[in-house]
Design a protein around this ligand. Structure first.
Ligand code: WTA
Length: 644
């Protein structure tokens, strides 16, 4: 079947069709100029579309490197996602959930049903002693309880910190300790590629020795789990007696909504703080304009809730807009590589937001899995997390979108809370490999080393200038120094993203990639230092350096160079990989481990990861005479060429 045509080709670029322009929430190009000129009025107008118990007295205030939005405004996120829609959309599906086959059936929660569950769980949290400002850990798979738990926290003003379910108990523990969480919400386990994954025993290990007083356990697989008397409770048992209504807590706009841990340049992930009113405004506005949600749309963002994309576009953004969101518990290729496309056909998904790594995977799995299904319901495609190459872009456009749907290539970060660069469906253009213009009201630009704006096609540092977008981070939990150093020290009064980029003549931005030691492995953010810290926990390892190497499907994979204390022995590779899995999780496992005598270092002893990266890519390493140990370079080069 052929669906409607939402995009047309002109001058080698793609533009919205007349149908798209007519339908789009925004198609007037003057929005850009007006909002870049006066971002504060733009964001005030958008915030005004949300529900405030009391309007703000001042829209924006700056005291660098801190800034605030909607000062004095009183708001509640769950009220805006739920209560606000009850009259008009009470019976409309809010969440459509698909289990991993064959374990269970589709679950649909209407806005009224979701409202009821959230109210009840908010009362459960209260009964466990959770108060406004307390931190609550959420370690759940992709089941509707994850959105219910997040919204229930928001309802009572508790700060959630969601931890990706594939992360290890060590990773969970670090986050629970660092955020000082009082309650943890988890599940007995979940299904992944036909296997049962255990969560509860990982949670048990993590909770030991922390301040966590209560653990709430969702029964997803019905396994026999160990329950600690007085500490552990089953979700369903607590919900049985919970009251149906919980008064939403009246929050200051600047009160924190959540903390999400992400990798930076150092070993331990840092807790990125997001507040309520500004984040809500940005999540709402970007979903409305970039994904162009309407009442008849079914919006599927495939990101796991453990990442920021899941927070903003698989929970808050769609619900703030009263849209229907779809979530899927399982892996993209199980029970077969047609499962995603069968879900799109079954539920007539109209907006589909995913990552380049998934697109590249499907491109290689063969088209028969796609051709079997009718994807004509699709209207808008989205990409996020890493640069999407031209080939993957065109394949996504032709094969999934049937050449009918625009692709919004959305650039943003955990720190920015919502999308900051993307083209808009009703305005365009959609150019392969270019994310597009900065979102209305956002002053993204590119600077050279001296802090001057670059000319078209000249590469530089991607930055944001004041006033900073409302959804931006407000700090690093418990570490103000890190906040200043990582984001505000490169250019005075300017937010530095750590990405490199350039603009074309029309101001469309192309992202080159990270300029620091952060890797994107299958879209997952990881720091080289984190993996190095895990590897050096092995008793035989003296020192190590981890760098990313390009990978056809995952984008990047970590490669480790290890210096041993003693001699090499059989089995070390696997032991090292196991340690990484245990300390971080399977996504961080090194693709290759090279045992070497030395790694290139500067005279002051700093490891030159840049050189290792070049060696892995087979590139010229340039002048190495100033190194402390230039001879190490030739030795490593030989080792790499031998294994290839
Ligand atoms: C990269 C994910 C190219 C970028 C939302 C950024 C992208 C990092 C894109 C943040 C894109 C994100 N094109 N690169 N469309 N979107 N990135 O915190 O390097 O997991 O700094 O947030 O992903 O990753 P994070």
């Amino acid at each position: 079947m052929v669906g409607e045509v939402w995009v047309k080709r002109e001058d080698g670029k793609f533009w919205p069709s007349e149908e798209m322009k007519k339908k789009a929430n925004i198609s007037d190009e003057s929005i850009y100029e007006k909002s870049y000129e006066d971002p504060i009025s733009f964001w005030e107008k958008m915030a005004g579309e949300l529900h405030w118990f009391e309007k703000w007295s001042k829209p924006y205030e700056e005291n660098m490197p801190y800034f605030k939005w909607f000062i004095g405004g009183k708001i509640n996120m769950s009220y805006n996602c739920l209560d606000r829609h009850l009259d008009e959309r009470g019976d409309k599906p809010a969440i459509i959930w698909e289990p991993e086959p064959p374990h269970g059936e589709t679950r649909v929660l209407t806005y009224r049903e979701l409202y009821k569950e959230v109210n009840k769980f908010a009362n459960v949290l209260k009964s466990l002693g959770v108060k406004k400002g307390d931190r609550v850990g959420i370690y759940l798979p992709m089941i509707p309880e994850v959105q219910i738990a997040m919204l229930a926290c928001a309802r009572i003003g508790a700060v959630h910190t969601v931890v990706f379910s594939a992360f290890s108990s060590e990773s969970l523990k670090h986050r629970l300790v660092d955020s000082n969480a009082k309650v943890l919400i988890t599940a007995d386990g979940y299904y992944r590629r036909g296997k049962v994954e255990d969560l509860k025993s990982k949670a048990d290990k993590a909770v030991e020795g922390t301040e966590v007083e209560h653990v709430v356990v969702v029964r997803r697989i019905g396994s026999d789990v160990n329950m600690v008397e007085g500490r552990d409770h089953f979700w369903d048992e607590l919900m049985e007696n919970a009251e149906d209504f919980c008064e939403p807590e009246v929050m200051e706009s600047e009160d924190p909504l959540f903390i999400l841990y992400t990798s930076g340049t150092t070993g331990k992930p840092k807790g990125i703080i997001h507040e309520t009113g500004g984040y809500a405004t940005q999540a709402y506005t970007t979903t409305k304009f970039i994904f162009d949600v309407h009442d008849d749309d079914i919006f599927w963002c495939t990101a796991d809730i453990g990442w920021v994309t899941g927070h903003t576009y698989a929970c808050y953004g769609p619900l703030l807009n009263g849209a229907t969101l779809l979530t899927y518990e399982g892996a993209p290729d199980y029970p077969d590589p047609g499962v995603w496309w069968s879900i799109i056909e079954k539920h007539k998904v109209t907006i589909f937001y995913t990552a380049p790594t998934a697109i590249r995977m499907f491109e290689r799995l063969g088209e028969e899995w796609i051709d079997k299904y009718d994807l004509s319901s699709l209207r808008i495609l989205g990409s996020v997390g890493e640069p999407i190459g031209e080939e993957a872009w065109m394949w996504f456009f032709e094969k999934i979108g049937g050449g009918r749907c625009p692709i919004v290539d959305t650039w943003w970060q955990t720190e920015t809370g919502g999308i900051l660069i993307s083209s808009l469906p009703g305005i365009g253009p959609f150019i392969p490999t270019f994310a597009g213009r900065p979102f209305p009201g956002v002053r993204m630009t590119i600077l050279n080393e001296n802090g001057e704006e670059t000319k078209p096609n000249e590469e530089g540092y991607l930055v944001q200038k004041s006033p900073f977008a409302p959804g931006m981070l407000r700090g690093v939990f418990g570490n103000p120094e890190k906040y200043k150093e990582e984001y505000w020290s490169k250019f005075e009064g300017i937010y530095y993203t750590s990405d490199g980029a350039y603009k074309d003549e029309d101001g469309n931005i192309r992202i080159i990639g990270r300029l620091d030691d952060v890797m994107k492995v299958a879209g997952h953010r990881l720091s080289t230092a984190e993996v190095e810290d895990a590897i050096t926990k092995h008793p035989d390892v003296a020192e190590c350096a981890v760098v990313p190497r390009p990978d056809k499907i995952k984008g990047e994979v970590p490669v480790a160079f290890v210096i041993l204390k003693g001699d090499y022995r059989e089995g070390l590779e696997n032991e090292i990989k196991d340690i990484v899995r245990k300390e971080i999780g399977p996504t961080a496992t090194p693709a290759e481990i090279y045992f070497v005598d030395d790694v290139p270092k500067t005279r002051s002893g700093k490891i030159m990861r840049r050189i290792l990266k070049k060696l892995l890519r087979g590139e010229d390493v340039g002048d190495i005479t100033t190194l402390k140990n230039p001879e190490s370079v030739a030795a490593i080069k030989e080792k790499i060429s031998k294994t290839e």
